[in-house]
Write a protein that binds this ligand. Structure first.
Ligand code: HEC
Ligand code: HEC
Length: 352
């Protein structure tokens, strides 16, 4: 019994195994981790028999804060069918526009923001993401699966079309995301996921324009058009859409503050990052169909650049956004109830 327990702990806290990687990369990992959590919770309890599952689950969610987690390296991706899928997923997030031109028509890849295939801490880090879903998102007002979250980035951050959830390519991407989550217990957060918050400053677009000309133009171009495939577009018809997080000044400022200019990251002050973020986000970009339905219960962050319930657009770009070739493919509706949908059709036409 003691041997089993310490093995289970090894799985939890040393996610990069010496040999049996295959086992760890399969979806069976999740039950294993829950089992491990149950076992170790039981071990600390004087009357172990009756430890309820819910208690162990909520302990996982809250008790110990984010894990200091390093995902396994590409070199440990197994050489089998599962490994092939993981490798295809990595290729898809890295070469998104080449691989999936019908779904990613812009000049911007998943890894233009999720640096190092989502392994770079604080660059919208994707390590551990498989353990964070399903998840409630207030922007959607619903609990959504990981596939829908990936599709939010296809439709909003890439200004593209949603990938069918049951496609091989979607499952390859999910397989890769599960791989860089190996060993993270369900519901647990990890250090480096998402992006750090910036203290609030007022961005000045004129100062931002001057800084852009000296510090960003050589890679991203004077029109923000980028230089494919290495240098992504920052605005215009081939960049992220108005519905992307990066279209919010605070989100863009934190990314730029920590990771740009790419040849000298960390060299800008907070104020400079806000200024140049304001300048970047002041430009026209692809529209995001259905955007006014975001945050259906209100509570949009202050810098969202379009109207939503109870929120007035913050410094929206002036002019007409680029319309989308196939608007309906750019909307990912929240999961519909099979029980409630028959009546819901009458009250909230075509909506959530
Ligand atoms: C323009 C930048 C950008 C691009 C391009 C982009 N994303 Fe994202 N993505 C983000 C940001 C910002 C977040 C939100 C991070 C946070 O939680 O604050 C995010 C969140 C995610 C999440 C959820 C992370 C979590 O912890 O909840 C997943 C999964 C994801 N993206 C996958 C992808 C995939 C796959 C692609 C390519 C199809 C992609 N992204 C393209 C910026 C981008
Ligand atoms: C040396 C080239 C280089 C310079 C200079 C540079 N970038 Fe980038 N930028 C990149 C690359 C490459 C990426 C993709 C992520 C990565 O690989 O680091 C990127 C990604 C981005 C992104 C997220 C992806 C997107 O398309 O929106 C933003 C925003 C951004 N840069 C803004 C800036 C700003 C603002 C400056 C000037 C302060 C700047 N960059 C300077 C090369 C550069």
């Amino acid at each position: 019994m003691i041997v089993v327990l310490s093995d289970a702990r090894d799985l939890l806290f040393h996610p990069v195994p010496h040999e049996p990687v295959n086992q760890l990369t399969k979806p069976t990992l999740r039950p294993l981790c829950v089992l491990a959590a149950l076992l170790s919770a039981a071990a600390c309890n004087p009357t172990p028999a009756a430890k309820p599952v819910a208690a162990a689950a909520s302990a996982n969610h809250a008790a110990t804060g984010p894990l200091d987690y390093t995902p396994p390296p590409d070199s440990l991706i197994p050489h089998d069918e599962m490994g092939n899928s993981i490798r295809r997923g990595l290729a898809l997030v890295t070469h998104t526009t080449d691989s999936l031109p019908a779904f990613a028509p812009g000049n911007i890849q998943c890894t233009s923001c999720h640096i190092d295939g989502g392994r770079r801490r604080d660059a919208a880090g994707l390590m551990g993401v498989y353990a964070r879903f399903p998840k409630f998102m207030d922007r959607s007002g619903a609990v959504i699966p990981l596939e829908d979250r990936v599709n939010y980035c296809f439709t909003r951050s890439l200004g593209g079309s949603k990938l069918p959830t049951d496609s091989r390519e979607m499952q390859d991407i999910v397989a890769y995301l599960a791989y860089i989550s190996t060993g993270v217990p369900v519901g647990r957060h990890v250090i480096g996921e998402s992006m750090p918050k910036m203290s609030k400053l007022a961005g000045d677009t004129a100062r931002g324009a001057a800084l852009f000309a000296t510090t960003c133009v050589m890679c991203h171009g004077a029109e923000g058009q980028g230089n494919p495939p290495a240098f992504p577009a920052l605005w215009g018809p081939k960049s992220f859409s108005i519905g992307a997080s990066m279209a919010r000044e605070e989100r863009a400022a934190t990314f730029i503050r920590h990771f740009m200019p790419q040849n000298n990251p960390g060299s800008l002050t907070d104020q400079q990052a806000w200024d140049v973020a304001a300048y970047v986000d002041s430009h026209l970009r692809p529209d995001s169909p259905g955007k006014h339905d975001d945050w259906p219960n209100g509570g949009a962050p202050a810098d969202v650049p379009y109207d939503t319930k109870g929120h007035v657009a913050y410094r929206p770009p002036v002019g007409t956004l680029f319309s989308r070739a196939n608007p309906s493919a750019g909307i990912v509706p929240p999961p519909a109830s099979v029980i409630r949908s028959a009546t819901a059709v009458h009250s909230t036409k075509g909506a959530r």
